[in-house]
Write a protein of this length. Structure first.
Length: 359
């Protein structure tokens, strides 16, 4: 990772269905140095159709989490939810950057259902082929989705420096934490509260991305229904389940096993479909799990057994320098849930020099 000097304080912000994750790094040294990391619970359903529908609630929580921070010198880096993202790989002849941006915007009108005026459009050059053609990834997200995040941040009294995407923030976190595996075919699986997503990548390039409708909240809802308890109590039961899966209420263990099997089946099927569609020749080397839902008892073991691929929890803090003032047990507990925030925190203004077309 290169060295850089920050002109402003950039804080990574991952707004999920059940919590707000914040992270701040100092990246001026040879290793990212962890300055801050926190999770603030969100009560109630703050999202509707992947937009932040309860902006005031989320803004209040965000403002409290950032109490004491200088609003004039602190900007946020935020990620858009994976299910809202439209991506397409295209090949184009190399041309002047302004002409390329104009051509991509024109061509995008043919394959973006909503039309280019209704989306924020961005692109990244993935590869320059020997024949001079460019392999380009085009990314689009509806204006109302982006606006719901930006307006919430503004309500909290802060500004937004960079808008990223869940898929690529997670990949960024992986590549920083596991540089020795970057050239291998890797499957990244993030299990959030509202949804799960998959990013198959190799050599710094995303080969295929996709979503799974099941998330941590689906599992909690099934526990609540089966156990006859409120959602909050079901979440507590899920989190407090003995790590070995051998202790606790038999009824609870049965519903956990049932929902885990359903999630594993869905993930395994989607991974196989996406891998075949990616066109890659070699087999997947590793599966890395992240997100709060990845902590479900024995999920990594069962997915590894079903897929035949080594599966483990991602540790986004693996390559970070962590000071003695941090509680290492707390950091370890946070680890899987902070993967997207970690990928965002590594970003810096101007690090993506190619792309950016807005509506």
């Amino acid at each position: 990772m290169g060295m850089f000097t920050k002109k402003r304080e950039f804080l990574a912000l991952d707004i999920g269905g059940s919590s707000i994750k914040l992270m701040e790094l100092d990246c001026r040294g040879s290793k990212p140095y962890l300055l801050n990391a926190s999770i603030t619970p969100l009560s109630g359903n703050a999202f509707s159709n992947n937009q932040i529908s309860k902006k005031e609630l989320v803004a209040e929580k965000l403002s409290s989490a950032l109490a004491g921070r200088g609003k004039q010198t602190c900007s946020l880096i935020v990620a858009m939810p994976a299910p809202t993202i439209f991506t397409k790989r295209v090949t184009m002849a190399e041309m002047d950057p302004k002409e390329l941006a104009s051509t991509i915007r024109f061509e995008a009108g043919a394959y973006i259902p909503q039309g280019v005026d209704s989306v924020n459009l961005d692109y990244s050059i993935l590869n320059r082929k020997p024949n001079g053609e460019l392999d380009i990834l085009v990314v689009a997200v509806k204006n109302e989705i982006v606006d719901s995040f930006l307006e919430t941040i503004t309500l909290a009294g802060f500004s937004t420096a960079i808008v990223d995407v869940d898929y690529f923030a997670l990949q960024n976190a992986f590549e920083t934490a596991y540089p020795e595996l970057v050239e291998k075919p890797i499957c990244l699986v993030h299990i959030g509260s509202r949804y799960s997503f998959i990013n198959i990548c190799k050599g710094g390039t995303s080969l295929f991305t996709g979503n799974v409708t099941l998330g941590g909240a689906s599992i909690t809802q099934e526990i609540a229904k089966t156990m006859g308890v409120e959602f909050a109590d079901a979440e507590t039961l899920k989190l407090e389940l003995d790590e070995t899966g051998e202790a606790g209420d038999e009824k609870l263990l049965a519903v956990i096993a049932k929902t885990r099997k359903s999630l594993v089946t869905d993930l395994d099927r989607q991974i196989r479909i996406m891998w075949n569609a990616s066109g890659a020749e070699s087999e997947i080397s590793h599966i890395f799990l992240s997100g709060g839902g990845s902590l479900l008892t024995n999920l990594d073991k069962e997915l590894s057994s079903a897929s035949g691929v080594k599966c483990e929890l991602m540790d986004p803090f693996r390559s970070f320098e962590i000071g003695d003032d941090f509680d290492k047990n707390y950091i370890q507990k946070l680890s899987p849930s902070m993967s997207i925030a970690a990928g965002l925190a590594i970003r810096q203004f101007g690090d993506k020099v190619e792309g950016k077309i807005t509506a």
